[in-house]
Design a protein around this ligand. Structure first.
Ligand code: CMC
Length: 377
């Protein structure tokens, strides 16, 4: 009998989900029924998180309650700080993020309590606590001291405050907030599916999130936002160049890369074949940052790569393509980009963990054996 193999599980519908709907035909993405573009235009990231967890938009009392909760759970846990301090400065920041979540789990009194209430508390705490991990890691790599959180700032403002030690301008805060909303959730992507696989064994939430971070690290998934910037760096960013000159160099680079059969990160998608629904909104945020910082030469590279990829292979950018340069302009080191994706996706992962737990079946596919026939010593 020949089994049908679905390599990479492409096209396989593994389960139901009510968290989000990706529709490649209409090029749309809905979180709990709401178009992500509307959410990005109108809501704070904290409200989107509540929507993903609860299934409905929060009312005023729920918003206020979470506002107070989130602001009081932001400080870097000293045990997490000690663990981070043991990690070398040249390790990847995703390793730091993964370790931090693991330490938080090991120390959590509700670690083995998988009741919906305990799970939601842990999810909210992780959401509130993770920005300090990224901010502290970014600062220690620059030999800078930890900056304490501020309760008078919202999630995005405070994230940037803890990272850079100064209040970010409104334009930057808004682009950052948009990126968090867009990165929050995307159905059964590799890291979310990983979180669901771990949850399906009845393991704890922090184990599932730690595993998801491992899956997110790779350049075919979350690591692509970092890889996009490495591409820009490889081509060379020249502030004295015109947009047209930069575009021409980027085009030549892309032609060469494709001739060498290289995969260019930030392009293509397993599900969307006619464009990633999140890109136009993220591109607007990038344009706002380019205007704010006056960095047109970066957009020369951006446009040149996009045009050349389109002409050669008709492959379109995914969310990581505009997100990478956006984070670069904000001042994050390139290696910090994917940990920012963790901060956002904690919401989606934990919403899926809850959904998996509520209606669990062990995830355990089959394989078609193609090794040697039975043999004996
Ligand atoms: N650069 C060059 N060629 C590409 C690319 C790319 N980025 N993406 C797809 N192709 C080509 C690929 O070489 C193949 O060509 P051929 O049929 O001639 O061998 C064809 O398109 C199909 O590609 P595939 O990799 O088999 O298709 P897939 O559905 O497995 O790909 C993907 C999805 C995301 C893994 C792939 O597009 C890719 O590797 N992109 C680069 C990594 C990236 O940007 N990942 C982020 C994904 S979206 C957001 C996120 O999760 O973070």
């Amino acid at each position: 009998m020949t089994e049908e193999i679905h390599k990479g599980l492409a096209g396989v519908v593994a389960d139901h989900t009510a968290v989000s709907k990706v529709n490649p035909e209409s090029n749309s993405l809905l979180y709990r029924g709401y178009p992500v573009q509307q959410l990005a235009a109108e809501l704070a990231f904290e409200e989107v998180a509540l929507l993903l967890w609860n299934g409905e938009l929060p009312d005023a009392a729920q918003k206020e309650e979470f506002r107070a909760f989130e602001r009081s759970h932001r400080a870097l846990d000293p045990r997490v700080k000690s663990a981070i301090d043991l990690l070398p400065l040249d390790c990847h920041p995703m390793d730091v993020g993964r370790t931090a979540v693991s330490v938080l789990g090991a120390n959590h009194p509700l670690s083995e309590d998988s009741s919906p209430e305990a799970e939601l508390t842990k999810a909210k705490e992780l959401f509130a606590a993770f920005p300090a991990v990224v901010a502290y890691d970014q600062r220690r790599r620059r030999q800078l001291q930890l900056v304490e959180p501020r309760e008078d700032l919202d999630y995005s403002q405070n994230f940037l405050w803890m990272t850079f030690g100064e209040e970010a301008p409104e334009e930057v805060v808004d682009a950052f907030r948009v990126s968090m909303v867009l990165y929050a959730e995307h159905s059964f992507n590799a890291s979310t599916f990983t979180a669901r696989v771990v949850t399906s064994t009845l393991a704890d939430l922090h184990s599932a999130v730690t595993a998801a971070i491992g899956a997110l690290k790779g350049p075919l998934h979350g690591g692509a936002n970092e890889a996009v910037m490495h591409t820009f760096e490889e081509i060379g960013i020249d502030p004295d160049e015109t947009r047209e000159e930069a575009a021409a160099r980027a085009k030549a680079w892309m032609e060469q890369a494709l001739a060498e059969k290289r995969k260019v990160m930030g392009f293509g998608h397993r599900v969307y074949k006619s464009g990633d629904s999140r890109v136009p909104t993220m591109k607007q945020a990038l344009d706002a940052m380019v205007d704010y910082y006056g960095r047109g030469e970066l957009m020369g590279l951006y446009d040149g790569l996009e045009a050349a990829m389109g002409e050669a292979k008709n492959i379109l950018p995914n969310l990581d393509y505009p997100a990478g340069p956006t984070y670069h302009l904000m001042g994050f080191d390139t290696e910090m980009f994917t940990p920012l994706f963790i901060a956002a996706r904690i919401t989606g992962w934990t919403a899926h963990i809850a959904e998996q737990r509520a209606n669990n079946a062990l995830i355990r596919p089959l394989s078609a054996y193609n090794g040697p026939e039975e043999r004996h010593l």
